[in-house]
Structures are given as C-alpha cells and as structure tokens.
Design a protein around this ligand. Structure first.
Ligand code: A2P
Length: 342
C-alpha cells in the first residue's frame, strides 16, 4: 500500500505514523502531508526519514489509502480529491461523519459498515469512540434506552498548541509568574476546569463536542431511539479522556453480569477494584490501545441504571489506533478500491 498521512506533524497525525509502524501495516511508501508551512520538514517512519509535502493536485496522486487528521476544512477540500484520485480516505475530522453516504466506524463495534464506503470512511470523535467500545456489549445483551454522560477531556484532543498552552501556563503558575492570556482556550486551562469542550455554535446551549457525542453515538450503534444527554468538560490533563457514563438498559442487567460481559469484550480492559485503588486513570491509559472501564456499579436511584467510568488514550484508540485498525480492515476485506468500482 502507498499511504498518505495528512496532518502528519500534528498530535493525531504523528500518533498515526507511530501506530502504523507498531502494527506493521504492510506499506510500500508512507508520505506525510501538512500545511505549506511544514513542507520540506523531515519526520521519521521508524528509522526511515520521510519528508513532509504540501497538498497539490500532483502530490496526491497514486495512493491506495489516505489517513486524514488536519481539521475539518482540509478534509472538506482534500478528502474527496484523494478519493477521486483513487485512494480510500479514513478521515478523523468531523467534516464527513454525519453524511449518510459515509460510514462512521469503530473497529470493535460496527466494522460491517465499511462495506458501504464510497471512498471516504469517517473515524468518530474521541469521546464517542472510547465510550461505544464499552457500550456495544451492553447494547447487545440488555438494550440501551438512555445515556447520561459527563466527560473530563485532555488537552491533547485539541492539538499540539493546546498541550503547549497547558505546559506553559502550569510552569507560570508553579513559578508564581503572571499567566499569559490564553490563546487556544477561552480561559486559563492550568489548574482549572472548563465546562466547555468545543464551541457554542449559532446560539446552541450545547457545544459542538456535546452534539457530536450525542449524534455519533446513535449513528455508530445504529439506534436513533437512544436518549443521550452529554456535558463535556476540558480538564488540565495532557492526554487521556475520562468519562462518567450512566447507562439505562431496557432489560435488567446486574453489576456482576455487566462486569463479566465487559471483561470478555474486544478492545476493552476492566480495572475495577476501587477499594484497592484500582480504576481507570488517564496516566495509565496513555500509550495503550485498549479502552479501560471500572467503577461499575448500580445507580441507587434507578433499578435499570448502571454507572461506568471509562478512560481511553484519545490520541490512540480515540483517533490514530482506530484509523489504523480501519485501514487494516479495509485492506484485509479487499475494500481498498476506487469509489467508481465500489
Ligand atoms: P502544520 O504542522 O503544518 O500546521 P494539531 O491538531 O496537532 O494542531 O495538528 C493539525 C495538523 O493539520 C498539522 O499537521 C497541521 O500542519 C495540519 N494542517 C493544518 N492546516 C492544514 C492545511 N491547510 N493543509 C494541510 N495540513 C494542514
């Protein structure tokens, strides 16, 4: 496979290169793309130096696969062009996720949706991704009527500049210096919690991150009737999103059954011995490809509700790892073909 990684200098793009290498994806050539500012910069694929290119009609020709994580507007413009030039695009931005003709796929949850692709496949939002890995086995066993979600999201999900902003502000606070005005977030993120992940658009009282979590969950699980209520907060954690999820099932499901079910599920590891301090944490999830789940307990206010605490590496399973898993599924299933033939 000849593979393009678009946004290769970014937080997710650089993790894509790393995960592709770790998973030994059978590639003949990997070409990193970024903005014109970065053209000519040298990156590495394993030990091999690779040179960043800018996007142009000429430079995008001849690829089998293109992994995108360069923001919605770059995907809007360039993903269809890559597809027209013969590549299958796995796009990590939100640009194409809710289009009917674009499958929105989590490898462990709805891989069959890949069969319907027409050149672009969407990779879900990071908070949605890690949550549905844990919800799918519950849905299959007991049905799901309603979800109430609160997220505690790390800054790496916003990108490289957000990580730099948290590090810089933390340094200033610790050294008793005046904190410079924030550039990435609306307020200081160091030693703070912002009840805003994403943006408030068109007077909406939910952020676009909360809207994505609600809509994408229903699309991936293929269930429009699941009620979803979400609050997404940004916390001063470098990497690893945490989520408190209250699940109302259709049928009764005991805590023990739920723990056993999740313990057998693909892509998921149960860490649940809270009295001994065993529960998922972002520091533990970072660098891992599996999603961690714990604090599995009955909601005392409702007989068919359970509470879960779900943590994942938002750059890995929340983005790069799933994209690479989809690439491998597309290859193995013979689905890396031009849309005209699809
Ligand atoms: P660059 O480093 O040249 O700005 P992050 O999410 O970590 O901020 O990374 C965003 C990624 O998207 C970077 O690799 C960035 O490249 C890339 N990018 C941003 N704008 C464009 C663009 N117009 N065309 C191609 N790549 C872009």
């Amino acid at each position: 496979m000849r593979v393009a990684v678009v946004g290769a200098t970014g937080a997710v793009g650089s993790t894509m290169l790393q995960v592709m290498r770790e998973q030994a994806l059978p590639v003949s050539e990997v070409v990193p793309f970024a903005s014109e500012r970065s053209a000519g910069r040298e990156l590495h694929y394993g030990d091999e130096p690779i040179t960043v290119r800018a996007l142009s009609e000429e430079s995008i020709r001849g690829f089998d696969l293109a992994l995108f994580s360069a923001g919605g507007s770059t995907s809007g413009e360039w993903a269809p062009r890559f597809a027209e030039a013969g590549a299958v695009v796995v796009d990590n931005s939100s640009r194409w996720r809710m289009e009917d003709a674009v499958p929105l796929v989590v490898a462990e949850v709805n891989p069959e949706a890949l069969d319907e692709h027409r050149g672009i496949v969407a990779n879900p939002n990071c908070s949605t991704m890690q949550m549905v890995v844990a919800l799918k086995p519950i849905l299959d066993r007991a049905g799901i009527e309603r979800l109430v979600i609160s997220t505690y999201q790390a800054v790496s999900g916003t990108g490289v500049r957000a990580v730099e902003e948290l590090e810089m502000q933390s340094h200033m606070v610790i050294h008793h210096q005046a904190v410079a005005p924030p550039e990435v977030y609306p307020h200081q993120i160091a030693f703070n919690v912002l009840p805003q992940a994403g943006d408030f658009e068109d007077g909406d009282d939910h952020t676009n991150e909360e809207r994505k979590l609600m809509a994408e969950t229903r699309k991936i699980l293929g269930r429009d009737d699941i009620g979803v209520s979400a609050t997404c907060a940004r916390v001063p954690v470098i990497n690893g999103h945490s989520e408190s999820v209250n699940v109302q099932t259709r049928d009764p499901l005991s805590v023990e059954e739920c723990r056993a079910l999740l313990g057998e599920a693909p892509g998921l590891t149960v860490l649940d011995d809270p009295a001994r301090g065993v529960y998922p944490q972002p520091t533990e999830a970072t660098g891992r490809d599996d999603v961690l789940v714990g604090r599995i307990r009955r909601d005392p206010s409702h007989e068919r509700c359970l509470n879960l605490w779900i943590v994942g590496d938002n750059l890995r399973k929340g983005a790069a790892t799933n994209a690479v898993q989809l690439a491998e599924l597309l290859r193995v299933r013979g689905l890396l073909r031009a849309p005209s033939a699809a």
